[in-house]
Structure formats: C-alpha cells, structure tokens
Design a protein around this ligand. Structure first.
Ligand SMILES: Cc1cc2nc3c(=O)[nH]c(=O)nc-3n(C[C@H](O)[C@H](O)[C@H](O)COP(=O)(O)OP(=O)(O)OC[C@H]3O[C@@H](n4cnc5c(N)ncnc54)[C@H](O)[C@@H]3O)c2cc1C
Length: 267
C-alpha cells in the first residue's frame, strides 16, 4: 500500500480546505469500500480526510414530514433507530439487511450513496422515496443524482452531508441477495406518497432505475397483482457469475410484488 496523509477535520470548512488543498485527497467515511480499494491498489490517494469528527454529518431527525439522516450515520444506527422504524420502516429493514454486522457497524449512508455501487441497497430507497441529497454546496434531487455505474452528480471534493427523505404514506423494500456478500442481485423499493407511486430497482443493471409502467399500474391499484404481468426487458440488465440478465429481469417483477406486499403492511 502506498503511503498517504491522514487528516481528521472538526468542521466542514476545515474539511473543504483539506480536500481542495492537495490533489487526490479523498473523503473517508467508514472505509468499507475505500480501504479495500486502496489495499488492492485500485486507488492511491495522496490523503484521506476522515469525516467522523464533523458534527454536521451526524443525526437522525423527523421535521415537518421529512426524515433527515446525517451522511455519517452508520447502517446499524438506521436499522436500530426507533424514529426511523416508526416513520419509514422500509429504511430500517433495508439497513438491517446490508452486508454483515461488521459492515453495518462501519458503513455509512453517505458513503453508500456517494459510491453508488450498482448492487447497493440505499440508492433504490433514495430514488423511490424521492429523497434529496444534501451536500456541502447544494441540494440534489434523487432523479438527478444517480448517473450510472459508480457515477453520481457529485463534483470533485463535493461532500454529502445528509439525505432527506419525505416520509411516505406507505413503502416497502425487497431484495434477492447474493448469499456471499448480501448485496442485491435485485432489490426493488416501492413508495407511495400523496397518491403517487415510485418504483426503483437496484442490482439489476449498471445503475438504479425507475419503472414507469409499474408506477402507473400501482397508482390505479396498489396491489401485487396489478404488476404481476409487467416485465422489464433484459436487454440492458447485467449478466455475471451470480445471475444472467434474463434471471434478473424475472426477479424484478418478483421483488416488486414483494415490495408492494411489504408496503401494504405499513399502511
Ligand atoms: C463485505 C461487504 C458487504 C457489503 N454488503 C452490502 C449490501 O448488502 N448492501 C449494500 O448496500 N452495501 C453493502 N456493502 C457496502 C457498505 O454498505 C458500505 O456502505 C459501502 O461500502 C460504503 O462504505 P463506507 O460508508 O464505509 O464509505 P467509504 O468506504 O469510506 O467511502 C466510499 C466512497 O464514498 C466516498 N465518500 C464517503 N463518504 C462520503 C460523503 N459523505 N460524501 C461524498 N463522498 C463520500 C469515499 O471517498 C469513497 O470514494 C458491503 C460492503 C462490504 C465490504
């Protein structure tokens, strides 16, 4: 592993100065993705800027029907939050199903959303719940944030400070997980708010995406049967040693029906 500098700022201002000060400085959250990447020599940053001492990056709060989760909130904290369990239970169960205890004890929502792994769970919830990604510079709507394989709308040195989720009237998440990593082979999140439905899929393709046909069908009838015959094309889906594109396409409908069933239990 190449040597690098390590910084632990206490304020956003200090953090920005450090990230902007030296080329190839990168933010460090829980290190669950970043540290293995460095160890495998797939990344060689000049400096790591640890976000763990910046108070604005933490906290869980519900105000005026909006749940705000600080970017450095760990998966275990989302899974165990009484407030999240009562207001947006799909997020608590999603977080409880991420990886294993070690990953949930270190991994963060901000790191997951910034990394935008095509099989990560949070992107599906962020998109289905029509969340807003709050950065140290601006606010970005979920529809404009995810740009495909590991790509987002974040600019160089731009940091996610929080994610804001409008509290839905109903919502559910279902994933068919890889038995080894627990990442989603296919995960589908369904959310209902003010009569509108959003359906978002992770794991199936190179990035998270919505299914308009399912959203329209569920707005007419919010039941699993309403989407039972809706199939996505396998054309742009992923094929790998775990599952081919045809199988993933099949799983999308299966998981979407399960997500609707889970959502109906939250009504
Ligand atoms: C064995 C294993 C199993 C896993 N299983 C799952 C799973 O089932 N489902 C799932 O969804 N995920 C899974 N993950 C991923 C995990 O949930 C972490 O969220 C993810 O690895 C990001 O880790 P982190 O939060 O520690 O961020 P880091 O590894 O510290 O950072 C990840 C990337 O995001 C950048 N970054 C971090 N924080 C911010 C921020 N606030 N603003 C901007 N950029 C930032 C970093 O510079 C880096 O490029 C798994 C990981 C492992 C190692």
């Amino acid at each position: 592993m190449r040597s690098f500098a390590f910084h632990r700022p206490n304020t956003l201002y200090e953090m920005s100065a450090l990230l902007g000060g030296v080329i190839d400085s990168v933010p460090l959250a829980g290190g669950m993705t970043l540290l293995p990447t460095i160890k495998q020599r797939l990344a060689a940053p000049a400096a790591l800027v640890d976000l763990s001492k910046i108070p604005q990056m933490f906290g869980i709060a519900v105000t005026d029907g909006v749940l705000t989760i600080g970017a450095m909130t760990r998966h275990v904290d989302v899974a165990e939050s009484a407030e999240i369990r009562s207001k947006v239970p799909l997020l608590a169960s999603l977080a409880a199903g991420i990886g294993d205890p070690a990953v949930r004890n270190r991994g963060t929502i901000g790191g997951s959303v910034a990394n935008n792994d095509p099989s990560a769970d949070y992107p599906a919830a962020v998109l289905a719940l029509d969340a807003t990604i709050v950065t140290d510079r601006r606010e970005i709507a979920a529809d404009a944030f995810f740009k495909g394989l590991f790509a987002t709308a974040l600019e160089p040195e731009e940091i996610i400070t929080a994610v804001r989720f409008p509290v839905p009237s109903a919502g559910g998440y279902a994933k068919f997980k890889s038995p080894a990593s627990r990442y989603a082979l296919v995960g589908v999140c369904v959310a209902q708010k003010a009569g509108k439905i959003r359906v978002a899929v992770t794991g199936a393709g190179p990035g998270v995406f919505r299914i308009g046909a399912m959203e329209a069908a569920l707005e007419s009838s919010f039941t699993p049967d309403a989407i039972a015959v809706i199939k996505v094309s396998s054309e742009n889906l992923s094929s790998d040693i775990h599952a081919d594109a045809e199988y993933r396409a099949h799983l999308v409908t299966v998981m979407a029906k399960k997500a609707v069933m889970a959502a109906l239990q939250t009504l």
